[in-house]
Design a protein around this ligand. Structure first.
Ligand code: 3MF
Ligand code: MG
Length: 365
């Protein structure tokens, strides 16, 4: 890769939160949307990820013109602060008509509501200046398999994508897979599923994927490989970098805070593919710890961004000749040790050890 990528970063207003969880109330007072937007540049971010109702609150209760007016106001708030909307995502998991899912609900009226909500999200996206729609298919799945017909569900998701592509011939759809939570089993659990849907859609060039680190880990997959798969198809439209401590609730921990090595692998796959050179953002989807006090409640954003940039330096300074030699010698133990030393910032080994990992000398053992 010849050109040096100058990375741009994004996060969503929900990433500055009040700290409530299913077992406890809020622990910090809310910031308004303008207050949050005021923080972006200072924290080192220029991209704003948005849910449709981050832009227009209670949008289901408003007339179309009211929705557009409010969306225009938020568009101006972004411009005034030199911010750009990265995408708008229809929030299909709060309204009573999404209890059984949106597109895959067993109730036809609910499915219509989901289509209508997506049209509104697209209208809002246009007003805030983006053509990118993220589909996190929160409740498109089941708690028990007997509840829905999975075969029909895939067709319903595909129809919804085609509906949106037709509704606005300029929008692009980025599917954000997640295997579980809130559902037990989600219908689009991995980037492979998302990309298969993209190819089956009525306009594959306008459909791609967004890989979130924690979602891949929850699926038992490697986030860097998930990203690489999407990159190989030219369909990695964005990322939600964060971290996850094993198979438990979706944690959205700061990037690299559980596995620095996994974070390095993700940064490496992005950097080597020239991700970011076509305007893609380094998106974060991170939560600050519930214990954090109000003034420190944006630290996770600053820290995740800084970790990303430190790891870019690690990728740019790795000894590629040494790596190549070790790969040719099939000495992956030495490659492993070198990778760890590089990440730890430990210099080459001292005189008593070999200055370089010992290369295997003979062939076939
Ligand atoms: C859930 C998520 C979501 C999506 C967001 C944008 C609340 O696990 O990751 O964050 O990223 O809705 O689609
Ligand atoms: Mg996400």
């Amino acid at each position: 890769m010849s050109k040096v990528t100058n990375y741009r970063f994004s996060f969503g207003p929900w990433n500055i939160s009040e700290g409530s969880d299913p077992f406890g109330p809020e622990v910090r007072s809310p910031y308004s949307l303008p207050q949050k937007l005021d923080m972006y540049q200072r924290l080192g971010f220029e991209g704003v990820q948005l849910h449709d109702d981050d832009v227009v609150e209670n949008l289901d209760d408003l007339q179309s013109l009211q929705v557009l007016k409010r969306a225009q106001e938020v568009g101006s708030m972004l411009t005034e602060r030199s911010l750009v909307a990265e995408f708008v995502a229809p929030r299909l998991w709060i309204h009573p008509q999404t209890i059984d899912g949106g597109f895959t609900s067993n109730c036809a009226a609910d499915r219509n509501h989901a289509f209508d909500r997506c049209s509104r999200a697209i209208d809002i996206a246009r007003e805030v200046g983006t053509r990118n729609i993220v589909l996190w298919l929160a409740r498109e799945g089941t708690y028990i398999r007997a509840a829905k017909n999975a075969r029909a569900a895939y067709d319903r998701v595909l129809n919804a994508i085609n509906y949106m592509l037709e509704y606005d011939p300029e929008i692009r759809i980025w599917i954000e897979p997640k295997p579980n939570e809130p559902m037990d089993q989600a219908y689009v659990p991995t980037i492979g599923h998302a990309i298969a849907l993209a190819y089956r859609s009525s306009d594959p060039a306008r459909v791609g994927g967004l890989v979130e680190s924690a979602h891949a880990i929850l699926a038992g997959l490697d986030p860097a490989d998930e990203m690489a798969f999407a990159l190989a198809h030219g369909k990695l439209c964005s990322v939600h970098l964060n971290d996850q401590n094993g198979l438990k609730y979706d944690q959205d921990k700061s990037f690299g805070s559980v596995s620095l090595r996994s974070a390095y692998n993700q940064v490496r796959v992005l950097e080597e593919a020239g991700y970011g050179q076509r305007g893609e953002f380094i998106g974060l989807d991170v939560k600050v710890m519930r214990t954090q006090k109000q003034p420190g409640s944006t630290a996770h954003l600053v820290n995740s961004r800084a970790t990303f940039l430190h790891l870019v330096e690690k990728v740019r300074t790795v000894d590629r000749d040494l790596e190549r030699q070790l790969i040719e010698a099939r000495d992956y133990e030495a490659l492993d040790a070198y990778t760890l030393r590089h990440l730890l910032g430990v210099p080459a080994r001292g005189a008593l050890e070999s200055p370089r990992p010992v290369l295997a000398t003979s062939g076939n053992q």
